[in-house]
Ligand binder design. Structure first.
Ligand code: MG
Length: 347
C-alpha cells in the first residue's frame, strides 16, 4: 500500500501550519517504549484512540460526576462530562490554532482514574491510603501501568503530562495548584474541565430541584448569560479572545498563555465557589454520599484482608497490598462497588 506511506507525512505537514506555540506530534518527547509509528495517524491521534478503546474509558459511563444514583436519565455521568470537556477544549484549541488531537487525547483521559461515587469516593480513598489519593495521579497510573495488565497504554509524554496536571485548586481556576501542564493544549483542557462542570453542575442542580435559575448569583447571570449555552459560549469566547497576550504590534511579540479577562475569570471563580458551598458540600452530606464513602472504606478494609478475592487485571501482583486494593477499588464503577460491598456483608 504505497499510498499509506504518504498519509502520516501529510498529517504531520498539516501540523506545521498550526500556531508556533502548538505542540507538534513529530517534535514531541515521545513514548516510554519506542514503537513503529502508525501509517495513517499521528502519535497524538493514536493516543486518543488508545484511550477510547481502553477499559477504564468504558467504565466512566457508570461513574458518578456529582449526583449519586440520580433518578433521571439526563444527569451528567463521568463519561458525558469527559465528552463535554473534549468538545469545549477542541473548540478553544481549534480557534487558537493549537493541536486538536493532543487536546482531545488529554481531555478523554483526564478523569480515567476517578474512583466510584465522585469526589466523596476520592475523599474516602484519600483518608485510608498512606500516601493519600488524587484522581489525576490515578488517571496517570491507569494509562502508564494499569491498562494492559502492567504495561499501560504507552502514551506520549505530552498526553501524560496533560492528564496528571489537569486538577485545579478551589481558590482559582488558573492557580498553579498541584502543577500546570507544559503544553498549551494541556492548559486548554484544564480550564475546559472547569467550564464543563461549572455549567453542567448548575444544570443538574436545577434538574434535581435543589435550586432554580433565579438562585444563581446575579453577577453570574449578568456577566456570563441567562442560559446554559450562553454561559458556555461567553466563557469559551473570552478565553479565545484573551489567550495570546499581545505585548506589541508584531505577532512575534505574543506571549503564549491561556487566560480569561479579569471580569469573566472573577465571575467564573465566584460561580464555582457558589457550587462548592451550595452543591458540592451539600451533596457530600446526603445519604447516598455518606453511603458511598462507607462502601469505599468497607471495600478497602475487606480486600486488604482478602487479597485473593481481587480477580482483576487492574491489580498488579508485585505491588504492596494497599496499592493493589486502592487500584482495584478506584477502578470500580458505582454499581460494581455497591454490589461487591453488599455481597461481602456490607449493610
Ligand atoms: Mg473532569
Amino acid at each position: 500500500m504505497p499510498y499509506y506511506d504518504e498519509v502520516r507525512a501529510r498529517l504531520e505537514e498539516r501540523e506545521r501550519m498550526l500556531s508556533p506555540f502548538a505542540a507538534k506530534s513529530y517534535a514531541g518527547r515521545g513514548r516510554e517504549r519506542a514503537e513503529e509509528p502508525s501509517l495513517v495517524r499521528t502519535d497524538f491521534q493514536r493516543d486518543r484512540d488508545r484511550i477510547i478503546h481502553s477499559k477504564a474509558f468504558r467504565r466512566l459511563k457508570h461513574k458518578t460526576q456529582v449526583f449519586i444514583a440520580p433518578k433521571g436519565d439526563h444527569y451528567v455521568t463521568r463519561l458525558t462530562h469527559t465528552l463535554e470537556v473534549a468538545q469545549i477544549a477542541r473548540t478553544i484549541s481549534r480557534a487558537l490554532n493549537l493541536n486538536e488531537d493532543l487536546t482531545e487525547g488529554i481531555a478523554l483521559g483526564h478523569d480515567l482514574g476517578h474512583p466510584p461515587f465522585g469526589h466523596t469516593g476520592e475523599a474516602a480513598l484519600a483518608d485510608v491510603l498512606p500516601e493519600g489519593f488524587r484522581h489525576a495521579q490515578q488517571s496517570l497510573r491507569v494509562v502508564e501501568k494499569l491498562e494492559g495488565g502492567g504495561k499501560g497504554l504507552n502514551l506520549t509524554w505530552e498526553v501524560r503530562d496533560g492528564i496528571v496536571n489537569s486538577s485545579k485548586v478551589r481558590e482559582d481556576i488558573f492557580a498553579e495548584g498541584f502543577g500546570l501542564p507544559s503544553t498549551l493544549e494541556g492548559r486548554v483542557v484544564r480550564v475546559s474541565d472547569a467550564i464543563a462542570y461549572i455549567n453542567h453542575d448548575v444544570a443538574d442542580t436545577i434538574r434535581a430541584g435543589l435550586m432554580t435559575e433565579d438562585d444563581l448569583p446575579q453577577q453570574a447571570v449578568e456577566v456570563l448569560g441567562r442560559s446554559h449555552s450562553q454561559r458556555i459560549d461567553t466563557l469559551v469566547c473570552d478565553i479565545v479572545e484573551h489567550s495570546w497576550e499581545v505585548t506589541g504590534q508584531a505577532k512575534s511579540d505574543a506571549v503564549p498563555i491561556i487566560s480569561m479577562s479579569p471580569a469573566v475569570l472573577a465571575t467564573a471563580n465566584a460561580l464555582r465557589e457558589f457550587l462548592f458551598e451550595r452543591v458540592y458540600m451539600f451533596e457530600s452530606g446526603e445519604p447516598e454520599a455518606v453511603r458511598g464513602r462507607e462502601v469505599v472504606r468497607f471495600l478497602f478494609g475487606y480486600y486488604l484482608e482478602h487479597l485473593d478475592e481481587m480477580q482483576s487485571d487492574f491489580v498488579l501482583p508485585a505491588d504492596p497490598p494497599w496499592r493493589r486494593v486502592a487500584d482495584y477499588v478506584a477502578g470500580m464503577t458505582d454499581q460494581f462497588a455497591l454490589r461487591a460491598a453488599e455481597e461481602r456483608g456490607f449493610s
